[in-house]
Design a protein around this ligand. Structure first.
Ligand SMILES: Nc1ncnc2c1ncn2[C@@H]1O[C@H](COP(=O)(O)OP(=O)(O)OP(=O)(O)O)[C@@H](O)[C@H]1O
Ligand SMILES: [Mg+2]
Length: 242
């Protein structure tokens, strides 16, 4: 579904991503794990068109039979229209807008007549958002803001969802809830690329994973294999199972 081929990305004069290759197949949950500053956010922002690679290309297929589209130089709103939606680092909600207004922002690109019914589906999925629908989003708790960020991303009816550290700053119980929802969203046909520092949870949820170190993919494979990999355990799982 998504193929990142050999991209180099700079931020200012810093060479952040080095010849990065990454692939996500239709229907998969893939995780990208790595330490602070490894380049995880940079990778997601490049997929969304917020950053441009200097070399390489990004190819995206809207469905298995379609021709791949080169999204490398498309603007972010065109990328959203292709079905790629991004839950950014720090959630990216608008604190002065209400919960409902934030959800509707996610549908700004749509011209169909099912926006209202999708709003109801979001309230169904996240009852707390309905309860708080008229409240300024800035007043929500961290977990509620994460649900809002996820709900807003879903309002664009994505085929491909990319998430930047959804667990950050949340209590373990809330993280469990969010990850359960991601599983359900995936089962409904949405392909997911998940960036996480919480490597255990990410590897348990995903089928495949990539490990990023200082802008380079150093390991990739089945999540079940990586979770027992000595190098991964020492670096990201605190040697938990060794
Ligand atoms: N706006 C910027 N200008 C210059 N360099 C930046 C900028 N943002 C990030 N960088 C650098 O790019 C590298 C990768 O940053 P990035 O935010 O992609 O890492 P990350 O893996 O998402 O880290 P974290 O776990 O802290 O979110 C870091 O060395 C960082 O200092
Ligand atoms: Mg980041």
């Amino acid at each position: 579904m998504l193929k990142i081929k050999n991209i180099d990305v700079y931020r200012g004069s810093t060479h952040v991503l080095h010849h990065l290759n990454l692939e996500v197949k239709d229907g998969e949950i893939v995780s990208l794990i790595g330490a602070n500053g490894a380049g995880k956010t940079t990778t997601l922002r490049t997929i969304s068109g917020l950053l441009r690679p200097k070399n390489g290309e990004i190819l995206y297929k809207t469905d298995t039979n379609s021709h791949p589209i080169d999204t490398t130089s498309l603007p972010p709103n065109e990328i959203v229209k292709l079905g790629i939606s991004h839950t950014p680092e720090g959630r990216g909600i608008f604190p002065q807008l209400t919960v409902k207004e934030n959800l509707l922002v996610g549908a700004y690109n749509r011209v169909d007549d099912q926006i209202e019914s999708d709003l109801l589906s979001m309230y169904n999925m996240f009852p707390i958002l309905q309860k708080r629908s008229r409240l300024d989003a800035g007043k929500l708790s961290g977990g509620e803001q994460m649900m809002l960020s996820l709900g807003r991303a879903l309002m664009s009816r994505p085929k491909f969802l990319i998430l930047d550290e959804p667990s950050l700053g949340l209590a373990p119980l809330i993280v469990e809830q969010i990850f359960d929802m991601l599983k359900r969203i995936n089962e409904q046909g949405v392909t997911i690329l998940l960036v996480e520092q919480n490597a255990v949870m990410a590897l348990e949820l995903s089928s495949r994973a990539y490990v990023l170190e200082t802008g380079r993919i150093v390991l990739e494979g089945e999540s079940a294999d990586l979770i027992t990999n000595k190098k991964v355990q020492d670096a990201y799982l605190g040697g938990a199972e060794s």
